[in-house]
Design a protein around this ligand. Structure first.
Ligand SMILES: *[C@@H]1O[C@H](CO)[C@@H](O)[C@H](O)[C@H]1NC(C)=O
Ligand SMILES: *[C@@H]1O[C@H](CO)[C@@H](O)[C@H](O)[C@H]1NC(C)=O
Ligand SMILES: *[C@@H]1O[C@H](CO)[C@@H](O)[C@H](O)[C@H]1NC(C)=O
Ligand SMILES: *[C@@H]1O[C@H](CO)[C@@H](O)[C@H](O)[C@H]1NC(C)=O
Ligand SMILES: *[C@@H]1O[C@H](CO)[C@@H](O)[C@H](O)[C@H]1NC(C)=O
Ligand SMILES: *[C@@H]1O[C@H](CO)[C@@H](O)[C@H](O)[C@H]1NC(C)=O
Ligand SMILES: *[C@@H]1O[C@H](CO)[C@@H](O)[C@H](O)[C@H]1NC(C)=O
Ligand SMILES: *[C@@H]1O[C@H](CO)[C@@H](O)[C@H](O)[C@H]1NC(C)=O
Ligand SMILES: *[C@@H]1O[C@H](CO)[C@@H](O)[C@H](O)[C@H]1NC(C)=O
Length: 412
């Protein structure tokens, strides 16, 4: 009989690193030297069977991942998955059930080096040469997910054109890349984008030496110290906590807002100091097609009359991007003939007009309405001196309850 000795001895609880001889599986973890951060498998929902390799705070009682490796490729059983140093020196997450690599640091490493992955006290996971700690091949701080930790940079590299940016989670329970990104623009201003929109919906304004013009919260920052650099190599922005006892992080939330949070030891909760943009409804198309945003309501999104949530499950997880669908299809739907004009319009008053209007030459309200009726993909019109038509889903609607008294100019 033949017994094979496995070279894979698993990481002990005190270890802060993963080496060629020490991998990680199941509920094993590594902990940074000073006991600040932990790396291991976590789940946001024990019933989902979706586990991720992540880094979280050891001293924060509420599980708070600050970085996730396999964002879009969860494992279903951590005891059948292995995070290890592969033969090419990279740190790799392997699923032994499906026998595939789910995630890799994917660095180019010369075969002369043996590598080690070390979790540092600042929350940074570093893949470096075992013998020489200055020879770094990859680090998590340069590949951030939705959290911006003290010491990490939001940066635009002028030579390579590479942007070191944050991307929001898909929804509150799923770390897969979501709709929003926070990044440094080539103009030296921070910006937040919705993924396939070319125009940002929020910008920081320019740096004046101590703060960005649109983010006055930063200048009074008694909690953190911000550092801005614009040189030959890159434009970058980072922050540090002013005292070591405070646990501070910034996140690009599923709401599309950048939030600064501090762990409040007394109440064992994250306390929010500020968010940008300040109002939820400033996030472009936050409520999706035919959804309307309202700051006053606890649940910011509602469907306009005659429409229902496309995916109530996603709405419950704070992902409103799917918007709303019609309860009753249009008469003209599926009919190509232009003269099917059984459909009617429902006036909506006190609403911010949707984005992406097309202008039409119309002499009066009736001509404007007729123009919309003539084309089945036209979903709405507004007539106020000029005629505006909208095609497809209406985006960026916002209730304006405070303007109830304004004349109802869209009435036919
Ligand atoms: C791994 O184990 C082998 C064999 O026991 C040993 O020679 C080598 O030094 C170990 N490497 C590390 C990085 O611990
Ligand atoms: C999942 O289960 C573990 C162990 O039972 C528990 O410690 C953890 O808090 C649970 N996580 C969630 C998100 O419910
Ligand atoms: C690794 O990098 C190569 C090219 O540099 C890319 O094609 C590949 O998709 C990457 N793999 C992973 C797992 O990121
Ligand atoms: C360690 O790595 C750094 C960065 O690659 C290099 O500059 C330095 O010369 C190395 N030191 C030794 C002793 O090899
Ligand atoms: C963005 O993506 C959504 C969903 O795939 C699509 O409906 C929409 O038309 C896209 N918008 C732009 C501006 O490309
Ligand atoms: C703020 O950061 C700069 C650059 O890292 C440093 O020189 C300065 O001492 C810091 N100030 C405080 C109050 O921490
Ligand atoms: C915070 O800790 C670091 C390293 O442990 C130390 O160098 C620094 O001086 C400390 N800063 C403050 C404000 O205590
Ligand atoms: C097409 O129009 C006719 C006449 O208005 C209507 O009866 C029919 O339901 C329409 N077809 C579809 C697929 O909506
Ligand atoms: C309806 O309007 C859309 C958008 O302007 C246009 O692409 C399409 O050709 C029009 N359809 C008809 C039947 O006029």
């Amino acid at each position: 009989m033949l017994f094979l000795i496995s070279l894979t001895i698993c990481a002990s609880h005190e270890s802060d690193s993963i080496t060629i001889n020490q991998s990680l599986t199941g509920d094993q973890k590594i902990t940074s030297k000073g006991g600040y951060f932990v790396l291991g498998f976590f789940t946001e929902d024990n019933s989902s069977r979706r586990f991720y390799i992540g880094i979280w705070y050891k001293r924060v009682t509420k599980l708070t991942p600050v970085w996730v490796a396999n964002r879009a490729t969860p494992v279903s059983d951590p005891t059948k998955a292995l995070l290890h140093i592969s033969h090419d020196g990279n740190l790799v997450l392997r699923d032994q059930l499906v026998k595939s690599v789910l995630w890799s640091t994917n660095a180019t490493i010369s075969s002369q080096y043996s590598t080690v992955a070390v979790l540092q006290d600042n929350g940074n996971l570093v893949l470096r040469e075992g013998e020489n700690s200055s020879n770094v091949f990859w680090q998590s701080i340069e590949n951030p997910t939705h959290t911006w930790l003290p010491g990490a940079k939001i940066a635009f590299n002028k030579r390579t054109g590479v942007s070191q940016r944050l991307t929001s989670w898909k929804n509150s329970g799923n770390p897969a890349p979501g709709l929003f990104s926070y990044e440094m623009g080539q103009n030296g201003q921070l910006q937040i984008f919705k993924w396939n929109m070319s125009k940002s919906y929020w910008t920081s304004g320019s740096w004046d030496g101590s703060s960005f013009s649109q983010v006055p919260e930063m200048s009074g920052g008694y909690l953190s110290n911000y550092t801005y650099a614009n040189n030959y190599e890159e434009i970058s922005f980072s922050f540090s906590a002013k005292d070591n006892a405070s646990i501070i992080r910034h996140i690009l939330d599923v709401s599309g807002q950048m939030k600064m949070l501090m762990w409040a030891e007394g109440v064992q909760e994250w306390t929010q100091f500020w968010s940008e943009p300040k109002a939820q409804c400033q996030v472009t198309a936050f409520c999706g097609p035919f959804g309307s945003c309202n700051e006053q309501r606890l649940h910011k999104c509602t469907c306009v009359k005659g429409f229902s949530e496309r995916s109530p499950k996603d709405w419950d997880l704070s992902d409103f991007s799917g918007g709303c669908t019609r309860n009753t299809p249009l008469q003209c739907a599926g009919n190509t003939s232009a003269y099917v004009k059984q459909d009617k319009f429902l006036p909506i008053s006190s609403v911010r007009l949707p984005i992406d209007a097309q202008q039409f030459q119309a002499g009066n309200v009736d001509e404007c309405e007729q123009a919309c009726l003539n084309n089945c993909s036209c979903t709405a019109y507004s007539y106020e001196i000029t005629c505006s038509l909208w095609y497809g889903g209406l985006l960026n609607l916002q209730d304006r309850l405070w303007r109830k008294a304004v004349r109802r100019n869209t009435l036919p």
